[in-house]
Design a protein around this ligand. Structure first.
Ligand code: NOJ
Length: 536
């Protein structure tokens, strides 16, 4: 790695607690249900704070719990300053924040600025108002093309499949833009009401003590005024960087991030992480920095198969842009939109072994790590019966919906709902085989995936070898890599953690050093295939 990048570690203070934090994504509907309706809720999260402290995470990211018709599981927000009754109420939220802070855990929440629900009062007003009205201007309403306006205004497609425009009924038959479901109309960020309302929303939650936001579709929001046609090849290319895609990454988006940042800067110690689907380093870097986002998810590890060379390249590319911008890289192996890593890496025993090894890779890297609830238990995707699926997006090329990675967390007992709820009628069915994966069954088992995560998180927090904002690579046998945490010029501490990954089919020797942790038992002192080890 290039030297001379701004120091990341030495700049970490009470106010920049997030610089090397481990975040834990709580998918609220699936974490813990306190009231027996089969859907997780805020009180459920509060009741499991002891577990999260034991696991050793620094902060939570709570997915949307705002009033919503739940067309997109809460990412269709009808009121951004409230709590949907199925998730609790504002008192439950306040109690969760207070108690999480008492456990030393920060709370971050989702901010969804690209769109609202069609049940948001603004959209109802817009439907009842005339073309060209102030009410319609909060969204992207346009006349259609064709003799009678019967064709959509341009060729944009929705991220969920199908066209990104829906025509409203008479009298005027205008069309409105939705980059996601038709029930998620896009907001017009040129409209000052939109900006003012988001400031109100951010302050509303910051005043209640939240420590930051995860910003949904942070590369969306700004649309070019002329709404030019897109290159339709971008629709099927993740990140879309190689084709013209005016739906995302428009220059105007940086003014919106500047605005979010100015609100956050008035609340010292708060931060934002953007969901950024772009793989162009230059473009990605523009989202980060002192007047932009504090952190930006990079999804390169998620898209890279289990191969040491490919992963080595993905890691180098992921580090480059954040280091240049002087912010830490932000790693994730999964979330509620992506196949669980156990299934991505091949399912079954091999999938679990590889997912465990990749957890050690992720947690060894400099910067911020986001864990997705259930990955610490080694949960796989669940093949759900089609009638159980609620996800509005089109099934992926393998026929699975995102719900496959959203099945509730198994806590205890031998049969569903495994302590997640008191009803077996959970919002997504839980597989009987998960009896072997419950928190209860893994907690005291030193060889469990949960024990591996706990040990890894403890070392990451406490061992001095984890300092150093850069990495140096060692030469390694084919199918393996090894890197060492290295300090940049002005980092404090010497770093020195070595992480070795073996994606080959044969055991390999480890470099000299004290073995801190391995994802699988060594065999005659060697690291077996599909495994990783930490040395100091
Ligand atoms: C990204 C969220 O993670 C996903 O679940 C949602 O469907 C889209 N943004 C739209 O809000």
């Amino acid at each position: 790695m290039g030297r001379g990048a701004r120091s990341l570690e030495s700049a970490a203070t009470e106010e920049s607690w997030w610089r090397s934090a481990t975040f834990y994504q709580v998918y609220v509907p699936s974490f813990a249900d306190s009231d027996g309706d089969g859907v997780g809720d805020l009180e459920g999260v509060r009741s499991r704070l002891g577990y999260l402290e034991l696991l050793g995470v620094d902060a939570l990211w709570l997915t949307p719990f705002y009033p919503s018709p739940m067309v997109d599981n809460g990412y269709d927000v009808a009121n951004p300053r409230g709590v949907d009754p199925r998730f609790g109420d504002l008192d439950a939220f306040d109690a969760l924040v207070t108690e999480a802070h008492a456990h030393g855990i920060k709370i971050t929440i989702d901010l969804v600025p690209n769109h609202v629900s069609y049940r948001h009062p603004w959209f109802t007003e817009a439907l009842g108002a005339a073309a060209g009205s102030q009410e319609r201007d909060r969204f992207l309403f346009r006349d259609g093309k064709g003799e009678h306006g019967e064709e959509p205004p341009n060729n944009w497609v929705s991220a969920f499949g199908g066209q990104a425009w829906t025509q409203v009924d008479e009298p005027d038959g205008q069309w409105y833009l939705h980059l996601f479901a038709p029930e998620q109309p896009d907001l017009n960020w040129e409209n000052t009401d939109v900006r003012q309302d988001f400031e109100r929303t951010m302050r509303f939650w910051l005043d209640r003590g939240v420590d930051g936001f995860r910003i949904d579709v942070a590369h969306g929001m700004a649309k070019p005024a002329e709404l030019p046609d897109m290159d339709l090849r971008a629709a099927t290319s993740i990140g879309g960087d190689e084709y013209f895609d005016p739906r995302f990454n428009n220059d105007g988006v940086h003014r919106i991030h500047e605005f979010f940042r100015s609100v956050l800067d008035a609340y010292p110690g708060t931060m934002a992480t953007g969901e950024l689907w772009t793989f162009d380093d230059e473009r990605f870097g523009r989202y980060l920095g002192p007047d932009q986002l504090h952190l930006g998810f990079n999804f390169r590890l998620v898209l890279t198969h289990f191969d040491a060379d490919a992963l080595h390249t993905a890691i180098d590319q992921s580090l480059a842009a954040p280091l240049r911008a002087g912010v830490p890289a932000t790693w994730a192996l999964g979330n509620h939109d992506i196949w669980r890593q156990v299934s991505r890496y091949g399912d079954g025993e091999v999938g679990v072994r590889r997912a465990r090894s990749m957890a050690l890779v992720e947690l060894a890297l400099p910067g911020v790590a986001y864990l997705y609830n259930g990955e610490e238990l080694g949960l796989p995707n669940v093949d759900l019966p089609p009638e159980a699926v609620t996800d509005p997006s089109m099934p992926d090329s393998r026929g699975q919906s995102r719900d496959a990675a959203r099945v509730p967390i198994p806590w205890q007992d031998n049969t569903p709902p495994f302590g997640f709820s008191t009803t077996a009628d959970t919002w997504l069915p839980m597989p009987a085989e998960w009896a072997a994966l419950t928190v209860e069954s893994q907690l005291e088992d030193p060889s469990s995936t949960l024990s591996l995560y706990r040990a890894a998180l403890e070392l990451r927090r406490e061992h001095s070898a984890f300092s150093g904002s850069e990495i140096d690579w060692y030469g390694s046998p084919a199918g393996c890599f090894a890197f060492r945490r290295a300090p940049s010029e002005d980092d404090e501490g010497a770093g020195g953690l070595v992480c070795v990954l073996n994606t080959s089919a044969s055991p390999v020797d480890l470099p000299p050093g004290e073995l801190l942790l391995s994802s699988a038992d060594l065999v005659d002192g060697q690291l077996p295939p599909d495994a990783a080890a930490w040395l100091a």
